[in-house]
Design a protein around this ligand. Structure first.
Ligand code: ADP
Ligand code: ZN
Length: 662
């Protein structure tokens, strides 16, 4: 796209919501061209965004330093950044950072020679069963029909990966780029192997853990269109694909698609936006689709294809409840007799088991039996978590940690500190005491924190060097362990308390996914859920396999409380080191907001302390805005924020479609 004017506007990766004007003396660069420009006392690399505004005096306008020798980004990337910034109320300049993060990756080095992968869509095509074939055919039929969203809704172990690979193959046959988004990168090593075997070459990988050189090479290959098949975390969505033909969002229900720092956005939702702008199909894959997606299917905005059976001879596992109220156990024990019996039996039959507890460390609370003090983080409103392996008390929200104390920091009493409740380390300890011959391993994000560590552990499980895997939700993520036939859930009720409107949905998905690790091959699996609330609708639905009933009920609740996915929410959080000041500012903001929203139908909840009312020394208070889905809440909030001034001492965070309520 050619510009005619000697004055151009440039978007810079700086926290401003506007472009800046510059002058060019020689050849006028096209829109999308990378240019280096003076900005304050620095030189900054930005992107030519359009004609200049011609509002700056000729004597004051600065010249660009140089045009970078790289092809321009595609027009679609410009539109995508504009639209995503608008929806998420992100300053445009910040949104540009998503396109290239670090400017160092843009400029090629002399020795750079990107590897070009030659994919063969017909390389090792699996024999799909009938359900899989039908699902794959539907996805393939959408390949060149423009924008569509399809939910691939298949039970755990139904072979969704094989099915969406058929859509990827079709995209590659059409010589277009395909992007596979995954919620977290730690689980991808096994998946990448599978994909490499399927297409005869590895996908191009994108995530924050890559080295600068890898990023540079991969980024270039994506921009040039040579990288045809990309797999990545949510950040891969914003790369400058000139020829994107398909997006798959695997495990679309996963909350880790939501970025909670710096630029707040939901990777799945932005993926749908990108597909819409690019007029291409997107596939959302999950065994436990989000209520947002389910509602979009029910209102015919999205298509759906279903796979109801596990692949091969594998059956869905048998789910049973263990009512903990019927078993008297010492307060320091958490594995009930029936679960222990099942573990013993499994061990004697040389089958593998998994114990799930969504709590890292040894104990979630350390309490002084002398004075009743609960040891908490001095910087956050959170308890300190005991970690026996490192002999530390740690805050899971900031870096604060101390050596496990012997005396109570409050009353100085000796030997009165008691660990309350279990974490995975404590379960491992109890299991060792009760079943010493079992070989165990802990799978939690503080121990397994790199793709390599995850792969090593997965290999050990596959080689049957581990009998019982004890871990947190990272175990729920798509792993396929053929000999694993027993899943025990230590505390099924953990996520259900508190006021989080998504608690039921999240717990249902997590329990279903964890259960889905059981009995995925020859032997039928069992799931045992320890609970003190067997009548709770979530627990009941899991036990009786009433997925649709649960969804119906939950959707009704959400509708009656005007919650997502029926209504939209946006939160405005103010944070600062001084609590009284933040309260004063939020109260003022609330007054103005109430005035601003009069007769609009927007409802305002709060101000109230935010989830984690104190975080890293900052006090946080929050307003929550609620509006019907059809109301343009983002633009309303943007207008409101443009009309008010908040003290520069205060940090203001806007979260469109917030997910954190606890
Ligand atoms: P899901 O993602 O639906 O839980 P996967 O895609 O991981 O399931 O598939 C489960 C297992 O079944 C994997 O080991 C996969 O390789 C195998 N599988 C699924 N479909 C086929 C097929 N058509 N041919 C061979 N193996 C398959
Ligand atoms: Zn802390």
């Amino acid at each position: 796209m050619t510009l005619k004017n000697q004055q151009i506007s440039v978007l810079l990766p700086v926290p401003f919501d506007k472009t800046f004007d510059y002058e060019v003396s020689g050849q006028i660069p096209d829109i999308g061209t990378f240019v280096e420009v003076p900005f304050g006392s620095r030189s900054v690399i930005g992107v030519v965004w359009g004609e200049g505004s011609n509002t700056i005096e000729k004597s004051k306008i600065k010249q660009i330093n140089r045009i970078l020798p790289i092809q321009p980004i595609p027009k679609i990337s410009i539109e995508f950044i504009e639209r995503m910034a608008e929806y998420t109320i992100t300053r445009k300049g910040l949104a540009l950072k998503l396109l290239f993060g670090n400017a160092k990756i843009i400029e090629p080095k002399k020795k750079d020679a990107p590897e070009i992968n030659h994919y063969n869509p017909n390389f090792s095509v699996p024999n799909l069963n009938e359900e899989q074939r039908n699902a794959a055919d539907l996805l393939i039929a959408n390949a060149d029909k423009g924008f569509s969203v399809t939910l691939l809704d298949g039970v755990t172990g139904s072979g969704k990966t094989e099915v969406f690979c058929e859509a990827i193959a079709e995209c590659l046959r059409l010589k277009k780029q395909a992007l596979l988004l995954v919620p977290e990168i730690a689980m991808t090593a096994a998946l990448i192997n599978r994909l490499t075997n399927r297409f005869s070459a590895p996908p191009v990988v994108w995530h924050s853990g890559l080295t600068e050189k890898q990023k540079r090479l991969n980024w270039r290959a994506i921009l040039s269109g040579e990288a045809l098949f990309v797999i990545g975390a949510r950040s891969a969505l914003f790369l400058p694909y000139p020829n994107l033909g398909l997006i798959i969002a695997d495990e679309e229900h996963e909350q880790s698609y939501k970025q909670e720092e710096m630029i707040l956005y939901h990777g799945r939702d932005m993926a749908v936006l990108r597909a819409n702008i690019g007029k291409i199909p997107i596939v959302l894959s999950s065994a436990t689709p989000s209520l947002e997606t389910v509602l979009n299917v029910r209102t015919n905005k999205y298509n759906t294809v279903q796979i109801q059976q596990r692949f091969g001879t594998a059956l869905m596992p048998e789910v049973g409840l263990i009512d903990l109220r019927k078993h008297t156990m010492p307060a320091s024990e958490f594995i009930s007799p029936p679960l222990l019996d099942a573990l013993k039996k499994n061990l004697s039959e040389q089958k593998q088991s998994m114990l799930f507890l969504n709590r890292r460390g040894y104990a979630p609370l350390t309490l002084c039996r002398g004075c009743g003090a609960r040891l908490s983080c001095p910087h956050c409103s959170a308890w300190l978590i005991a970690h026996k392996s490192s002999n530390k008390l740690r805050c899971h929200h900031c870096d604060y940690n101390i050596v496990l104390p012997k005396i109570c920091p409050e009353c100085k009493a000796e030997d009165k500190l008691a660990a309350c409740g279990p974490g995975v380390e404590r379960i491992a300890e109890e299991l060792y005491a009760k079943l010493p011959s079992a070989r165990t391993a802990i799978m939690a994000s503080d121990v397994i924190n790199t793709p390599a560590a995850a792969q090593e552990l997965v290999d050990k499980v596959l080689n049957k060097e581990i009998d019982v895997l004890i871990g947190t939700q990272i175990m729920a993520k798509g792993y396929h362990f053929p000999s694993l036939t027993l899943v025990g859930v230590i505390d099924s009720d953990i996520g259900l308390s508190g006021g989080d409107p998504r608690a039921s949905e999240r717990t249902f998905a997590l329990l279903q996914q964890i259960s889905g690790r059981s009995g995925r091959a020859m032997d039928k699996g069992t799931v045992m859920l320890q609970t003190v609330a067997p009548e709770n609708p979530v627990i009941n639905a899991i036990a009786k396999n009433l997925k649709n009933d649960f969804i119906d009920l939950e959707l009704q609740e959400r509708q009656s409380y005007n919650l997502p996915p029926f209504w939209r929410l946006i939160s405005i959080t103010l944070s600062c080191k001084q609590e009284d000041f933040v309260i004063q500012e939020i109260n003022q903001l609330a007054l103005k907001l109430n005035r601003f929203s009069k007769n609009t139908g927007v409802r305002i909840l709060g101000p109230a302390p935010a989830p984690f009312s104190k975080l890293r020394g900052n006090y946080r208070h929050r307003l929550l805005l609620q509006a019907p889905k059809a109301f343009a809440l983002s633009s309303f909030v943007k207008h409101f924020l443009n009309s008010v001034q908040v003290s520069p001492r205060i940090k203001l965070i806007v979260d469109v479609d917030p997910y954190n309520f606890l």
